[in-house]
Design a protein around this ligand. Structure first.
Ligand code: CTP
Length: 315
């Protein structure tokens, strides 16, 4: 029996499955997780045949030739013809180079990572994916690790925290130092407002000769992901970055581990109150994502042995 407590879902007001997720999360803590190869292959096949993350997730000069038309996934009526100056920002070859990674960690930003001591375990993965330029130093590394192979940046961060890159650009460059030579993934063609600021980020990285490698998320990939998850029951304005990156990892990696995914206000094992993020309590955007629904599907994939969700402490 769960103790009496108020569980608040993140990113939505209503939560039909909050209590259910809590119960399932407790249940899985009593069971040893084992990968189920058949289920994994089946799910990966479904994803890759509908979304083609391997060669479509990132815009390249091959999948988006000069003169082609980009259709924004967040604003269907907006298109952009690829002219030389934009084309030249695309990498020539696929940055994933058709190589499957053995183990990947996808790190969400949930407050469940606070004091989790999961840093070492996360860093032991061959490929680590992080979301929205999260902090990985100043003591956080013990709980979330610091290794990063791919980090996303929501352009709203560039607009709100870095003055749209219209003023000083050094603060962004200092922030990017934490991620070494990882890929910096920008959804430049999801909404019109994202494009110029993403290009400015690209040129800033080039001008400052930072080792980080900016690349753009392909709106066609995001559109197919949205349709895929809609068919699984995710009805939302937009998928969360976390589920986008989990989907990509399921194509790129043979073993997928998730950390920092828990869109609820109470810890499933200690029943302590949690902040929304491990580094702040900024609330999730209301009614944009359907994080609790996404989470119940991730829990299902965990039980089916497709991926492993880590909710408890690591040491
Ligand atoms: N997340 C989670 N539980 C939380 C907070 C975040 O499961 N309490 C996951 C979500 O999948 C989310 C990801 O971690 O997409 C990254 O977190 P955050 O930076 O908070 O994402 P959002 O601000 O919601 O932005 P986005 O639109 O990029 O998803």
């Amino acid at each position: 029996h769960l103790p009496k407590m108020k569980i608040v879902p993140r990113s939505t007001n209503s939560c039909k499955n909050c209590g259910e997720s809590m119960k399932k999360a407790i249940e899985i803590s009593y069971k040893t997780w084992k990968k189920q190869e058949d289920n994994f292959r089946h799910f990966r096949f479904q994803l890759s045949s509908r979304c083609h993350g391997f060669d479509k997730a990132i815009i390249t000069q091959t999948n988006t030739p000069l003169g082609s038309k980009l259709v924004y996934d967040g604003e269907k009526k907006r298109t952009l013809q690829v002219k030389p100056e934009i084309f030249n920002t695309f990498p020539k070859v696929d940055p994933f180079s058709n190589k499957t990674r053995s183990t990947c960690a996808v790190v969400g930003n949930g407050g469940i990572l606070t004091n989790s001591k999961c840093g070492k375990m996360i860093d032991s993965a061959e490929f680590v994916i992080r979301c929205n330029l999260p902090p990985v130093s100043n003591g956080y590394e013990k709980h979330v690790g610091s290794k990063t192979n791919l980090v996303t940046v929501n352009p709203s961060i560039l607009l709100d925290k870095y003055g749209s890159l219209m003023e000083r650009r050094r603060p962004l460059m200092e922030k990017l130092c934490s991620y070494g030579d990882s890929m910096l993934l920008l959804p430049a063609f999801s909404y019109g407002v994202n494009t110029l600021v993403s290009l400015r980020a690209f040129y800033t990285v080039e001008d400052f000769q930072s080792p980080i490698r900016p690349v753009f998320l392909n709106p066609q990939y995001l559109e197919s992901l949205a349709l895929f998850w809609d068919s699984q029951g995710v009805k939302a304005v937009r998928l969360s970055t976390g589920i986008m990156m989990t989907s990509l990892a399921l194509e790129l990696c043979n073993n997928v581990h998730l950390y920092g995914f828990w869109p609820f206000s109470v810890h499933p094992y200690s029943f302590q109150d949690l902040t929304n993020h491990y580094y702040d309590d900024k609330p999730a955007k209301m009614n944009v994502h359907a994080m609790p629904t996404e989470f119940s599907l991730l829990l299902q994939l965990h039980t089916q042995g497709v991926l492993q969700l880590h909710l408890g402490d690591c040491e």
